[in-house]
Design a protein around this ligand. Sequence first.
Ligand code: ATP
Length: 553
Amino acid sequence: MDYSELADCYEKLESTTKKLQKRDILNEFYFRTPKNELYDIVLLSLGQVFPSGQENLGIASELMKKIIINVTGAAEKEFDAAFRETGDPGLAAERLMKSRKQNTLGRRKLTTRKVVENTKKLPEMQGKGSREKKIALISELLSAASPKEARYIVRTVLGEMRVGVAAGTVRDAIAKAFSREPRDIEHLFDVTGDFGRVATMAAEGKTAKMEVFVPVRMMLAERAPDLKAALEKFGMAAAVETKYDGFRIQAHKKNSDIKIFSRNLEEVSRQFPDIVAHARECMRAKQCIAEGEVVAIDRKGNPLPFQMLSRRIQRKHSIDEMVRQIPVQVRMFDIIYLEGENLMKSPLKERWSRLKETVKPAGGFGLAEHLETADYKEANAFYQKALDAGQEGVMVKNLDAPYQPGKRVGYWLKVKEIMETLDCIITKAVAGEGKRSAWFGSFLLSVWDEKKEKLVEIGKMASGTTEEELEKLTQMLKKAVIREQDRIAEVMPEIVVEVAYEEIQKSPTYDSGMALRFPRLKRIRYDKGPADADNIKRVKKLFAMQAIGKSKQ
Ligand code: ATP
Protein backbone atom coordinates (compact mmCIF):
# COMPACT_ATOMS: atom_id res chain seq x y z
CA MET A 1 0.00 0.00 0.00
CA ASP A 2 1.19 3.53 -0.72
CA TYR A 3 2.11 5.34 2.46
CA SER A 4 0.16 8.36 1.16
CA GLU A 5 -3.10 6.40 1.69
CA LEU A 6 -2.22 5.86 5.31
CA ALA A 7 -1.17 9.50 5.70
CA ASP A 8 -4.61 10.55 4.39
CA CYS A 9 -6.23 8.24 6.92
CA TYR A 10 -4.15 9.74 9.77
CA GLU A 11 -5.17 13.20 8.63
CA LYS A 12 -8.86 12.28 8.69
CA LEU A 13 -8.44 10.81 12.18
CA GLU A 14 -6.71 13.94 13.34
CA SER A 15 -9.50 16.15 12.04
CA THR A 16 -12.16 14.76 14.37
CA THR A 17 -12.39 14.30 18.12
CA LYS A 18 -15.46 12.07 17.91
CA LYS A 19 -14.71 8.47 18.86
CA LEU A 20 -17.41 6.98 16.61
CA GLN A 21 -16.12 8.88 13.61
CA LYS A 22 -12.61 7.70 14.32
CA ARG A 23 -13.88 4.15 14.58
CA ASP A 24 -15.61 4.42 11.21
CA ILE A 25 -12.59 5.94 9.49
CA LEU A 26 -10.49 3.03 10.77
CA ASN A 27 -13.11 0.39 10.10
CA GLU A 28 -13.36 1.45 6.47
CA PHE A 29 -9.57 1.60 6.16
CA TYR A 30 -8.96 -1.84 7.71
CA PHE A 31 -11.71 -3.32 5.57
CA ARG A 32 -10.03 -2.30 2.32
CA THR A 33 -6.46 -3.08 3.45
CA PRO A 34 -4.99 -6.11 1.61
CA LYS A 35 -4.85 -9.08 4.01
CA ASN A 36 -1.08 -9.40 3.83
CA GLU A 37 -0.66 -5.81 5.01
CA LEU A 38 -3.33 -5.77 7.67
CA TYR A 39 -0.96 -6.61 10.51
CA ASP A 40 1.32 -3.64 9.90
CA ILE A 41 -1.49 -1.24 9.09
CA VAL A 42 -3.34 -1.92 12.34
CA LEU A 43 -0.18 -1.40 14.38
CA LEU A 44 0.69 1.73 12.39
CA SER A 45 -2.76 3.14 13.06
CA LEU A 46 -1.85 2.93 16.73
CA GLY A 47 1.47 4.60 15.97
CA GLN A 48 3.44 1.38 16.43
CA VAL A 49 5.52 -0.99 14.38
CA PHE A 50 5.92 -3.49 17.21
CA PRO A 51 3.06 -4.75 19.36
CA SER A 52 2.54 -2.51 22.36
CA GLY A 53 5.19 -2.40 25.01
CA GLN A 54 7.73 -4.23 22.90
CA GLU A 55 10.81 -2.31 21.81
CA ASN A 56 11.37 1.35 22.14
CA LEU A 57 12.64 2.71 18.83
CA GLY A 58 15.30 4.64 20.74
CA ILE A 59 15.36 7.81 18.64
CA ALA A 60 15.89 10.97 20.65
CA SER A 61 14.21 14.21 19.59
CA GLU A 62 17.66 15.80 19.13
CA LEU A 63 18.65 13.17 16.58
CA MET A 64 15.36 13.55 14.74
CA LYS A 65 15.89 17.31 14.54
CA LYS A 66 19.31 16.74 12.99
CA ILE A 67 17.86 14.37 10.39
CA ILE A 68 15.03 16.75 9.47
CA ILE A 69 17.53 19.58 9.02
CA ASN A 70 19.76 17.40 6.82
CA VAL A 71 16.96 16.13 4.65
CA THR A 72 15.22 19.48 4.15
CA GLY A 73 18.36 21.58 3.93
CA ALA A 74 16.80 24.01 6.41
CA ALA A 75 18.83 26.03 8.90
CA GLU A 76 18.68 25.05 12.55
CA LYS A 77 16.93 28.28 13.47
CA GLU A 78 14.26 27.60 10.85
CA PHE A 79 13.59 24.24 12.47
CA ASP A 80 13.50 25.80 15.95
CA ALA A 81 11.04 28.45 14.79
CA ALA A 82 8.77 25.86 13.11
CA PHE A 83 8.93 23.70 16.22
CA ARG A 84 8.19 26.61 18.55
CA GLU A 85 5.14 27.57 16.55
CA THR A 86 3.71 24.10 16.07
CA GLY A 87 4.94 22.36 19.23
CA ASP A 88 5.24 19.18 17.20
CA PRO A 89 8.33 17.79 15.46
CA GLY A 90 6.03 16.17 12.86
CA LEU A 91 4.40 19.44 11.86
CA ALA A 92 7.77 21.19 11.92
CA ALA A 93 9.12 18.57 9.49
CA GLU A 94 6.07 18.98 7.24
CA ARG A 95 6.49 22.74 7.13
CA LEU A 96 10.18 22.54 6.28
CA MET A 97 9.56 19.88 3.65
CA LYS A 98 7.17 22.26 1.89
CA SER A 99 9.87 24.87 1.54
CA ARG A 100 12.53 22.25 0.97
CA LYS A 101 15.61 23.51 -0.75
CA GLN A 102 16.67 20.15 -2.12
CA ASN A 103 15.57 18.58 -5.33
CA THR A 104 12.46 16.46 -5.04
CA LEU A 105 12.35 15.43 -8.68
CA GLY A 106 12.52 11.71 -9.26
CA ARG A 107 11.07 11.03 -5.81
CA ARG A 108 9.96 7.44 -5.55
CA LYS A 109 6.61 6.44 -4.12
CA LEU A 110 6.86 5.46 -0.51
CA THR A 111 5.09 2.29 0.62
CA THR A 112 3.91 1.38 4.11
CA ARG A 113 6.06 -1.73 3.82
CA LYS A 114 9.20 0.34 3.34
CA VAL A 115 8.33 2.53 6.34
CA VAL A 116 7.81 -0.52 8.54
CA GLU A 117 10.96 -2.21 7.25
CA ASN A 118 13.24 0.73 8.01
CA THR A 119 11.59 1.63 11.31
CA LYS A 120 11.79 -1.94 12.60
CA LYS A 121 15.54 -2.00 12.03
CA LEU A 122 16.11 0.99 14.37
CA PRO A 123 16.22 -0.84 17.74
CA GLU A 124 18.56 -3.47 16.27
CA MET A 125 21.19 -0.80 15.61
CA GLN A 126 23.50 -0.80 18.59
CA GLY A 127 27.13 -0.08 19.26
CA LYS A 128 29.67 1.56 17.00
CA GLY A 129 28.34 3.27 13.89
CA SER A 130 24.74 2.69 14.93
CA ARG A 131 23.90 6.40 15.03
CA GLU A 132 24.90 6.81 11.38
CA LYS A 133 22.91 3.75 10.40
CA LYS A 134 19.85 5.08 12.18
CA ILE A 135 20.25 8.43 10.45
CA ALA A 136 20.50 6.67 7.09
CA LEU A 137 17.36 4.60 7.69
CA ILE A 138 15.20 7.57 8.68
CA SER A 139 16.69 9.89 6.05
CA GLU A 140 15.87 7.37 3.35
CA LEU A 141 12.21 7.52 4.36
CA LEU A 142 12.02 11.28 4.74
CA SER A 143 13.79 11.90 1.43
CA ALA A 144 11.14 9.89 -0.37
CA ALA A 145 8.24 11.39 1.62
CA SER A 146 5.81 14.14 0.71
CA PRO A 147 5.45 16.86 3.38
CA LYS A 148 2.31 15.25 4.80
CA GLU A 149 3.93 11.81 4.85
CA ALA A 150 6.94 13.32 6.66
CA ARG A 151 4.65 14.58 9.43
CA TYR A 152 3.51 11.06 10.23
CA ILE A 153 6.85 9.31 9.71
CA VAL A 154 8.48 11.65 12.22
CA ARG A 155 5.69 11.07 14.71
CA THR A 156 5.79 7.28 14.28
CA VAL A 157 9.54 7.16 14.80
CA LEU A 158 9.28 9.37 17.90
CA GLY A 159 6.37 7.27 19.19
CA GLU A 160 4.00 10.21 19.43
CA MET A 161 1.19 9.93 16.88
CA ARG A 162 -1.18 12.65 18.14
CA VAL A 163 -4.10 11.35 16.07
CA GLY A 164 -6.14 10.37 19.12
CA VAL A 165 -6.59 6.66 18.45
CA ALA A 166 -7.10 4.65 21.62
CA ALA A 167 -6.99 0.87 21.94
CA GLY A 168 -10.78 0.75 22.42
CA THR A 169 -11.35 2.51 19.10
CA VAL A 170 -9.08 0.07 17.28
CA ARG A 171 -10.87 -2.85 18.93
CA ASP A 172 -14.29 -1.56 17.83
CA ALA A 173 -13.03 -0.76 14.32
CA ILE A 174 -11.65 -4.30 13.90
CA ALA A 175 -14.94 -5.73 15.17
CA LYS A 176 -16.94 -3.68 12.70
CA ALA A 177 -14.63 -4.25 9.73
CA PHE A 178 -14.80 -8.03 10.10
CA SER A 179 -18.35 -8.34 11.47
CA ARG A 180 -17.36 -9.60 14.88
CA GLU A 181 -18.47 -8.81 18.42
CA PRO A 182 -16.21 -6.28 20.24
CA ARG A 183 -16.18 -8.79 23.14
CA ASP A 184 -14.60 -11.45 20.90
CA ILE A 185 -12.02 -8.96 19.70
CA GLU A 186 -11.20 -8.01 23.28
CA HIS A 187 -10.73 -11.69 24.05
CA LEU A 188 -8.41 -12.14 21.06
CA PHE A 189 -6.38 -9.24 22.40
CA ASP A 190 -6.22 -10.80 25.86
CA VAL A 191 -4.57 -13.91 24.56
CA THR A 192 -2.29 -12.28 22.01
CA GLY A 193 -1.58 -8.81 23.41
CA ASP A 194 -1.09 -7.72 19.82
CA PHE A 195 -3.71 -5.79 17.82
CA GLY A 196 -1.96 -6.66 14.56
CA ARG A 197 -2.51 -10.36 15.19
CA VAL A 198 -6.00 -9.69 16.48
CA ALA A 199 -6.96 -8.06 13.18
CA THR A 200 -5.53 -10.81 11.01
CA MET A 201 -7.19 -13.47 13.15
CA ALA A 202 -10.50 -11.59 13.06
CA ALA A 203 -10.26 -11.25 9.27
CA GLU A 204 -9.71 -15.01 8.99
CA GLY A 205 -12.68 -15.69 11.26
CA LYS A 206 -10.46 -17.21 13.96
CA THR A 207 -11.37 -17.26 17.62
CA ALA A 208 -9.10 -16.75 20.59
CA LYS A 209 -6.76 -19.65 21.09
CA MET A 210 -3.90 -19.68 23.49
CA GLU A 211 -0.52 -20.67 22.23
CA VAL A 212 2.73 -21.30 24.02
CA PHE A 213 5.26 -18.48 23.35
CA VAL A 214 2.51 -15.94 22.68
CA PRO A 215 2.34 -13.95 25.95
CA VAL A 216 -1.03 -13.23 27.51
CA ARG A 217 -1.84 -9.89 29.15
CA MET A 218 -1.54 -10.39 32.88
CA MET A 219 -4.28 -10.24 35.47
CA LEU A 220 -3.96 -7.36 37.93
CA ALA A 221 -5.00 -6.59 41.49
CA GLU A 222 -7.00 -3.90 43.24
CA ARG A 223 -6.09 -2.50 46.61
CA ALA A 224 -8.10 -3.42 49.68
CA PRO A 225 -8.34 -0.99 52.60
CA ASP A 226 -7.23 -3.77 54.97
CA LEU A 227 -7.05 -7.52 55.44
CA LYS A 228 -10.43 -7.81 57.11
CA ALA A 229 -12.26 -6.07 54.27
CA ALA A 230 -10.46 -8.24 51.72
CA LEU A 231 -11.40 -11.49 53.48
CA GLU A 232 -14.99 -10.39 53.92
CA LYS A 233 -15.29 -9.69 50.22
CA PHE A 234 -14.61 -13.30 49.25
CA GLY A 235 -16.24 -15.05 52.20
CA MET A 236 -15.38 -18.72 52.34
CA ALA A 237 -13.56 -18.66 49.02
CA ALA A 238 -10.47 -16.71 50.01
CA ALA A 239 -6.82 -17.57 49.53
CA VAL A 240 -4.09 -15.49 51.11
CA GLU A 241 -0.71 -15.42 49.43
CA THR A 242 2.52 -13.61 50.16
CA LYS A 243 2.86 -10.52 47.97
CA TYR A 244 6.46 -10.61 46.87
CA ASP A 245 8.01 -7.29 45.89
CA GLY A 246 9.66 -8.22 42.69
CA PHE A 247 9.07 -8.61 39.01
CA ARG A 248 6.11 -10.41 37.46
CA ILE A 249 6.91 -13.11 34.94
CA GLN A 250 4.98 -15.39 32.66
CA ALA A 251 6.95 -18.56 31.94
CA HIS A 252 6.14 -20.46 28.74
CA LYS A 253 7.33 -24.03 28.19
CA LYS A 254 7.18 -26.28 25.15
CA ASN A 255 9.21 -29.45 25.55
CA SER A 256 12.63 -28.16 26.61
CA ASP A 257 12.17 -24.67 25.18
CA ILE A 258 11.45 -21.93 27.68
CA LYS A 259 10.58 -18.29 27.20
CA ILE A 260 10.12 -15.78 29.99
CA PHE A 261 7.96 -12.66 29.49
CA SER A 262 7.69 -9.55 31.62
CA ARG A 263 4.50 -7.80 32.63
CA ASN A 264 4.58 -5.62 29.52
CA LEU A 265 4.91 -8.79 27.43
CA GLU A 266 8.53 -8.25 26.54
CA GLU A 267 10.72 -11.32 26.37
CA VAL A 268 13.36 -11.30 29.13
CA SER A 269 14.71 -14.85 28.79
CA ARG A 270 18.17 -13.52 27.89
CA GLN A 271 18.50 -11.55 31.15
CA PHE A 272 17.40 -14.55 33.24
CA PRO A 273 19.20 -17.71 32.04
CA ASP A 274 19.02 -19.00 35.65
CA ILE A 275 15.21 -18.83 35.62
CA VAL A 276 15.09 -20.44 32.20
CA ALA A 277 17.18 -23.36 33.46
CA HIS A 278 15.11 -23.78 36.61
CA ALA A 279 11.81 -23.50 34.76
CA ARG A 280 12.95 -26.23 32.35
CA GLU A 281 13.65 -28.54 35.26
CA CYS A 282 10.82 -27.61 37.63
CA MET A 283 7.85 -27.17 35.32
CA ARG A 284 6.91 -30.79 34.74
CA ALA A 285 4.77 -30.47 31.65
CA LYS A 286 5.31 -30.72 27.93
CA GLN A 287 3.46 -27.46 27.37
CA CYS A 288 2.39 -24.88 29.89
CA ILE A 289 2.10 -21.19 30.70
CA ALA A 290 2.48 -20.26 34.36
CA GLU A 291 3.03 -17.06 36.29
CA GLY A 292 5.05 -15.98 39.26
CA GLU A 293 7.14 -13.28 40.86
CA VAL A 294 10.92 -13.02 40.70
CA VAL A 295 12.65 -11.61 43.77
CA ALA A 296 16.30 -10.75 44.29
CA ILE A 297 17.71 -12.35 47.42
CA ASP A 298 20.78 -11.97 49.62
CA ARG A 299 23.05 -14.87 50.59
CA LYS A 300 20.78 -15.82 53.45
CA GLY A 301 17.80 -15.96 51.13
CA ASN A 302 16.18 -12.73 52.41
CA PRO A 303 14.46 -10.49 49.84
CA LEU A 304 16.45 -7.52 48.55
CA PRO A 305 14.96 -4.20 47.43
CA PHE A 306 13.51 -4.05 43.94
CA GLN A 307 16.38 -1.77 42.80
CA MET A 308 18.75 -4.75 42.82
CA LEU A 309 16.47 -6.73 40.60
CA SER A 310 16.01 -3.84 38.23
CA ARG A 311 19.76 -3.92 37.60
CA ARG A 312 19.33 -7.43 36.27
CA ILE A 313 16.39 -6.47 34.09
CA GLN A 314 18.37 -3.62 32.56
CA ARG A 315 21.52 -5.58 31.91
CA LYS A 316 22.04 -6.65 28.30
CA HIS A 317 25.66 -7.88 28.55
CA SER A 318 27.88 -9.85 31.01
CA ILE A 319 24.74 -11.65 32.08
CA ASP A 320 26.57 -14.52 33.78
CA GLU A 321 28.31 -12.11 36.11
CA MET A 322 24.95 -10.56 37.02
CA VAL A 323 23.47 -13.99 37.69
CA ARG A 324 26.26 -14.61 40.20
CA GLN A 325 26.10 -11.16 41.78
CA ILE A 326 22.34 -10.91 42.14
CA PRO A 327 20.73 -14.31 42.64
CA VAL A 328 16.98 -14.52 42.33
CA GLN A 329 14.13 -16.66 43.56
CA VAL A 330 10.93 -17.41 41.70
CA ARG A 331 7.60 -17.92 43.42
CA MET A 332 4.91 -19.25 41.08
CA PHE A 333 1.28 -18.45 41.82
CA ASP A 334 -0.85 -19.24 38.77
CA ILE A 335 -1.13 -21.45 35.72
CA ILE A 336 -3.28 -20.57 32.73
CA TYR A 337 -2.41 -23.20 30.12
CA LEU A 338 -1.50 -26.84 30.50
CA GLU A 339 -0.98 -29.53 27.85
CA GLY A 340 -3.19 -27.82 25.28
CA GLU A 341 -5.89 -26.85 27.75
CA ASN A 342 -6.81 -23.19 28.35
CA LEU A 343 -7.30 -22.85 32.12
CA MET A 344 -8.25 -19.17 32.19
CA LYS A 345 -11.92 -19.88 32.77
CA SER A 346 -11.23 -22.40 35.54
CA PRO A 347 -11.57 -21.13 39.10
CA LEU A 348 -8.36 -20.25 40.93
CA LYS A 349 -8.87 -23.21 43.28
CA GLU A 350 -8.46 -25.57 40.35
CA ARG A 351 -5.64 -23.59 38.76
CA TRP A 352 -3.72 -23.65 42.03
CA SER A 353 -4.04 -27.41 42.34
CA ARG A 354 -2.92 -27.87 38.71
CA LEU A 355 0.04 -25.58 39.41
CA LYS A 356 1.00 -27.65 42.46
CA GLU A 357 0.95 -30.80 40.35
CA THR A 358 3.07 -29.14 37.67
CA VAL A 359 5.77 -27.29 39.60
CA LYS A 360 8.28 -29.43 41.44
CA PRO A 361 10.25 -26.93 43.52
CA ALA A 362 14.05 -26.91 43.28
CA GLY A 363 16.90 -24.41 43.43
CA GLY A 364 14.97 -21.26 44.28
CA PHE A 365 12.14 -22.00 41.86
CA GLY A 366 9.04 -22.84 43.85
CA LEU A 367 5.48 -22.00 44.72
CA ALA A 368 4.18 -18.88 46.43
CA GLU A 369 3.14 -19.30 50.04
CA HIS A 370 -0.58 -19.89 49.83
CA LEU A 371 -3.17 -20.32 52.55
CA GLU A 372 -6.84 -21.05 51.96
CA THR A 373 -8.82 -19.63 54.83
CA ALA A 374 -11.77 -17.43 55.76
CA ASP A 375 -10.54 -17.04 59.32
CA TYR A 376 -9.24 -13.55 60.07
CA LYS A 377 -6.91 -14.66 62.88
CA GLU A 378 -5.23 -17.29 60.76
CA ALA A 379 -4.96 -14.91 57.80
CA ASN A 380 -3.56 -12.15 59.98
CA ALA A 381 -0.88 -14.43 61.41
CA PHE A 382 0.11 -15.28 57.82
CA TYR A 383 0.15 -11.57 56.94
CA GLN A 384 2.34 -10.64 59.92
CA LYS A 385 4.72 -13.46 59.07
CA ALA A 386 5.05 -12.16 55.52
CA LEU A 387 5.80 -8.64 56.80
CA ASP A 388 8.33 -9.99 59.31
CA ALA A 389 10.08 -11.81 56.48
CA GLY A 390 10.53 -8.46 54.71
CA GLN A 391 7.79 -9.04 52.14
CA GLU A 392 5.46 -6.32 50.89
CA GLY A 393 2.21 -7.71 52.23
CA VAL A 394 -0.33 -10.23 50.99
CA MET A 395 -2.61 -10.84 48.06
CA VAL A 396 -6.10 -12.01 48.92
CA LYS A 397 -7.60 -13.92 46.02
CA ASN A 398 -11.05 -15.18 45.18
CA LEU A 399 -10.72 -18.94 44.78
CA ASP A 400 -13.89 -19.14 42.67
CA ALA A 401 -12.75 -16.54 40.15
CA PRO A 402 -11.39 -17.09 36.64
CA TYR A 403 -8.20 -15.54 35.33
CA GLN A 404 -9.09 -12.18 33.78
CA PRO A 405 -6.27 -11.15 31.43
CA GLY A 406 -5.14 -7.54 31.68
CA LYS A 407 -7.88 -6.53 34.09
CA ARG A 408 -8.30 -5.20 37.60
CA VAL A 409 -11.69 -6.70 38.34
CA GLY A 410 -11.35 -7.08 42.08
CA TYR A 411 -10.75 -10.85 42.16
CA TRP A 412 -7.29 -10.21 43.52
CA LEU A 413 -6.86 -7.71 46.33
CA LYS A 414 -3.51 -6.49 47.61
CA VAL A 415 -3.06 -5.65 51.24
CA LYS A 416 0.03 -3.68 52.24
CA GLU A 417 1.09 -1.86 55.40
CA ILE A 418 2.95 0.89 53.70
CA MET A 419 1.24 3.87 52.19
CA GLU A 420 -0.02 3.38 48.70
CA THR A 421 2.34 4.70 46.05
CA LEU A 422 1.40 6.27 42.73
CA ASP A 423 2.83 5.49 39.32
CA CYS A 424 3.21 8.86 37.62
CA ILE A 425 4.49 9.98 34.23
CA ILE A 426 7.29 12.53 34.09
CA THR A 427 6.25 15.36 31.77
CA LYS A 428 8.84 18.03 32.57
CA ALA A 429 12.30 18.08 34.14
CA VAL A 430 14.15 21.00 35.67
CA ALA A 431 17.95 21.27 35.56
CA GLY A 432 19.65 20.69 38.92
CA GLU A 433 21.69 23.24 40.81
CA GLY A 434 25.25 23.38 42.15
CA LYS A 435 26.77 19.92 42.45
CA ARG A 436 23.86 18.45 40.56
CA SER A 437 23.86 20.88 37.65
CA ALA A 438 24.78 18.13 35.15
CA TRP A 439 21.57 16.31 36.00
CA PHE A 440 17.94 17.15 36.18
CA GLY A 441 17.09 18.06 39.77
CA SER A 442 13.31 18.01 39.90
CA PHE A 443 10.57 16.41 37.91
CA LEU A 444 6.98 17.36 37.14
CA LEU A 445 4.66 14.41 37.69
CA SER A 446 1.46 13.85 35.74
CA VAL A 447 -1.36 11.36 35.51
CA TRP A 448 -3.98 10.77 32.87
CA ASP A 449 -7.33 12.53 33.20
CA GLU A 450 -9.89 10.51 31.30
CA LYS A 451 -12.53 13.23 31.26
CA LYS A 452 -10.21 15.92 29.98
CA GLU A 453 -8.45 13.38 27.69
CA LYS A 454 -5.03 14.71 28.66
CA LEU A 455 -2.24 14.41 31.17
CA VAL A 456 -2.62 16.63 34.20
CA GLU A 457 0.09 17.62 36.67
CA ILE A 458 -0.07 16.53 40.30
CA GLY A 459 3.27 17.42 41.80
CA LYS A 460 6.95 18.10 41.59
CA MET A 461 9.39 15.50 42.82
CA ALA A 462 12.81 16.58 43.98
CA SER A 463 13.88 14.17 46.64
CA GLY A 464 14.30 10.53 47.36
CA THR A 465 16.71 10.23 44.49
CA THR A 466 20.21 8.90 44.92
CA GLU A 467 22.87 10.18 42.54
CA GLU A 468 22.83 6.87 40.70
CA GLU A 469 19.09 7.10 40.16
CA LEU A 470 19.31 10.77 39.22
CA GLU A 471 21.89 9.98 36.60
CA LYS A 472 19.81 7.14 35.20
CA LEU A 473 16.67 9.31 35.10
CA THR A 474 18.62 12.12 33.45
CA GLN A 475 19.95 9.75 30.78
CA MET A 476 16.46 8.48 30.03
CA LEU A 477 14.89 11.94 30.03
CA LYS A 478 17.58 13.52 27.85
CA LYS A 479 16.52 11.16 25.10
CA ALA A 480 12.92 12.25 25.52
CA VAL A 481 13.34 16.04 25.47
CA ILE A 482 10.87 17.79 23.18
CA ARG A 483 11.97 21.35 23.95
CA GLU A 484 13.99 23.19 26.54
CA GLN A 485 13.54 26.71 27.85
CA ASP A 486 14.83 28.46 30.96
CA ARG A 487 16.28 25.24 32.40
CA ILE A 488 12.94 23.48 32.07
CA ALA A 489 12.75 20.61 29.62
CA GLU A 490 9.46 19.35 28.32
CA VAL A 491 9.79 15.62 27.76
CA MET A 492 7.84 12.99 25.94
CA PRO A 493 5.43 11.43 28.42
CA GLU A 494 6.95 7.95 28.40
CA ILE A 495 8.87 7.48 31.65
CA VAL A 496 6.93 6.07 34.58
CA VAL A 497 8.10 6.47 38.16
CA GLU A 498 6.68 5.02 41.33
CA VAL A 499 6.30 7.81 43.84
CA ALA A 500 5.72 7.85 47.61
CA TYR A 501 4.38 11.00 49.28
CA GLU A 502 3.28 12.43 52.61
CA GLU A 503 -0.24 13.29 51.65
CA ILE A 504 -2.59 14.16 48.81
CA GLN A 505 -4.05 17.66 48.95
CA LYS A 506 -6.49 19.73 46.94
CA SER A 507 -4.50 22.51 45.35
CA PRO A 508 -4.80 25.13 42.61
CA THR A 509 -1.06 24.87 41.86
CA TYR A 510 -1.50 22.15 39.27
CA ASP A 511 -4.07 21.76 36.51
CA SER A 512 -5.32 18.51 38.08
CA GLY A 513 -6.55 20.46 41.11
CA MET A 514 -4.67 18.00 43.34
CA ALA A 515 -1.12 18.01 44.68
CA LEU A 516 1.16 15.41 46.22
CA ARG A 517 2.93 16.68 49.34
CA PHE A 518 6.65 15.84 49.36
CA PRO A 519 6.64 13.28 46.58
CA ARG A 520 9.78 11.14 46.48
CA LEU A 521 11.04 8.56 44.03
CA LYS A 522 10.61 4.96 45.05
CA ARG A 523 11.76 3.48 41.80
CA ILE A 524 11.79 3.93 38.06
CA ARG A 525 9.16 1.57 36.62
CA TYR A 526 11.05 0.15 33.65
CA ASP A 527 8.35 -2.48 33.40
CA LYS A 528 5.54 0.00 32.89
CA GLY A 529 4.59 2.20 29.96
CA PRO A 530 2.51 5.39 30.17
CA ALA A 531 -0.66 3.36 29.61
CA ASP A 532 0.02 1.43 32.84
CA ALA A 533 0.50 4.54 34.97
CA ASP A 534 -2.15 5.70 37.45
CA ASN A 535 -4.94 8.11 36.56
CA ILE A 536 -6.62 11.03 38.28
CA LYS A 537 -9.48 8.80 39.32
CA ARG A 538 -7.12 6.76 41.45
CA VAL A 539 -5.53 9.90 42.92
CA LYS A 540 -9.00 11.08 43.95
CA LYS A 541 -9.86 7.66 45.36
CA LEU A 542 -6.68 7.67 47.46
CA PHE A 543 -7.50 11.21 48.56
CA ALA A 544 -10.91 10.01 49.75
CA MET A 545 -9.40 6.97 51.51
CA GLN A 546 -6.91 9.24 53.22
CA ALA A 547 -9.77 11.42 54.47
CA ILE A 548 -11.37 8.46 56.22
CA GLY A 549 -8.02 7.32 57.57
CA LYS A 550 -7.79 4.15 55.44
CA SER A 551 -4.54 4.94 53.70
CA LYS A 552 -1.72 4.05 56.03
CA GLN A 553 1.64 5.59 56.52
P1 ATP B 1 2.52 -2.81 42.91
O1 ATP B 1 3.06 -1.45 42.57
O2 ATP B 1 1.85 -2.87 44.24
O3 ATP B 1 3.46 -3.93 42.65
P2 ATP B 1 1.36 -3.13 40.42
O4 ATP B 1 0.67 -1.94 39.87
O5 ATP B 1 2.69 -3.48 39.92
O6 ATP B 1 1.34 -2.99 41.98
P3 ATP B 1 -0.82 -4.79 41.04
O7 ATP B 1 -1.84 -5.30 40.11
O8 ATP B 1 -1.27 -3.69 41.90
O9 ATP B 1 0.44 -4.38 40.20
O10 ATP B 1 -0.27 -5.94 41.97
C1 ATP B 1 -0.05 -7.16 41.40
C2 ATP B 1 1.42 -7.42 41.27
O11 ATP B 1 1.92 -7.96 42.48
C3 ATP B 1 1.63 -8.50 40.26
O12 ATP B 1 1.78 -7.95 38.98
C4 ATP B 1 2.87 -9.19 40.72
O13 ATP B 1 3.99 -8.60 40.09
C5 ATP B 1 2.96 -8.90 42.19
N1 ATP B 1 2.79 -10.09 43.04
C6 ATP B 1 3.61 -10.46 44.05
N2 ATP B 1 3.18 -11.56 44.67
C7 ATP B 1 2.06 -11.97 44.05
C8 ATP B 1 1.15 -13.05 44.22
N3 ATP B 1 1.30 -13.97 45.18
N4 ATP B 1 0.10 -13.12 43.37
C9 ATP B 1 -0.09 -12.21 42.39
N5 ATP B 1 0.74 -11.16 42.17
C10 ATP B 1 1.80 -11.03 42.99
